[in-house]
Design a protein around this ligand. Sequence first.
Ligand code: GLU
Ligand code: MG
Length: 446
Amino acid sequence: MEEVLRRALDEHVSLTRFLYADHGGIIRGKAAATARLAERIESGIGHTRAMMAMSMMDELSAVDGMGPVGEVRIKPDISTFTPLPYAPGAAAMLADQVLPDGAPWDGCARTLLKQAISDLADEGYELRASFEPEFTLGHREGHESAALRPIDESLCYSSTGFHLAHDYTIDLVAALNEQGLEVEHYYPELGHGQQEVPIRYAAALRAADNHVLLRETVRGVAIRHGLWASFAPKPFPDQAGNGAHLHASLWRDGANAFVDPNGRFGMSTVGYRFLAGVLAHLPALVALTCGSVNSYRRLVPRTWSGAFTCWGPDNREAAVRVCSPIGAHGSVNLEFKPSDSSGNPYLALGGFIYAGLDGLRRCLSPPEPLSVDPAVLSPAERSELSVSPLPSSLSEALNALEADSVLMSALGSPRSTAYLAVKRSEVTHFAKHDAAYECYHHWMKF
Ligand code: GLU
Ligand code: MG
């Protein structure tokens, strides 16, 4: 606490944002003035429970316990305090929503991830993860039904792409590193204006917090450059989508428990059990990892988004890729591709852990790996290999989630009810409109 207060004063912070992610996938919060920061860290900032029933269109769903009556507090995790390099005078902390007496609230998404981490720890493991974020950099033109014009039409990984986004990228990398997010790579991606900035993996809670900070920073730095950055899964229907592939491995006693030089593709039995759990819950899990209506415009074959229930070593069309071992210790991790940045990263990672945990607990084995593009298989071949397409809409994914008793009971009440209600309200909203309207609202909000 002393360290936070000292940094707030030393770095001339006048407002500290207490941030959380809601069921609509939007990052929201309230800010505390520095004079009251110590008090607000203790008490949290008062907030209505109804905000966890609000959609990405700011529409409230009717959810028991999330109506106009009832209070929670936005209670920051002080270990996450960071001045915001792109917003001089401001800092941020990631926050839980707690009951007024400070007890955990079952409607809080970050609390769900903490619970998943603790349940996994009971089995003896820690998950380390990183989201591999892609986004579109462009100019936002006009206000009402504005257009997003990508900053370039450069080719995938092309050096021209490096030149055209250079000033922005250098500022972005500095801003991320200053907040303790270790940038590992950068490349101009396939889509027009598309960029990718992978961050070093971290313990699960930190990985989700990092993804929130990254989303904030990508947009915050863009605004200071007179640009607009969007994580919408598919900002333009005819361009490459923005994924946020989830890279993850289990650790035990400081060592990667997925590594087994004698295992198939260098992966351990524990790795295969976890993988089998993820595959077993895939259609339901994507309701959390591909959390918006726009997500399903991205989640289609032949876009490297992993649109089929299958896995394979270095297979970029499989939902889960076992990444080939790298480095002196032969580090192994799973890359989960049906994941983007329009959902709530705490629910996405929490759901992923619970799916894998189910595989560990039940000692599941995955089906045979796939070493071809699943799109080239005939329907008969697919059914023989248990390969099926993932849900083709948010509505289908939500039905799969509702039918998945493991994920539903892990989410618990009122979280599961609220999530389904909020997301179904978004389905209903966008069903009345065309693709242009849907893309516009997603690139504006994500
Ligand atoms: N843009 C692709 C997606 O939507 C991913 C491309 C890649 O493998 O980096 O998932
Ligand atoms: Mg990429």
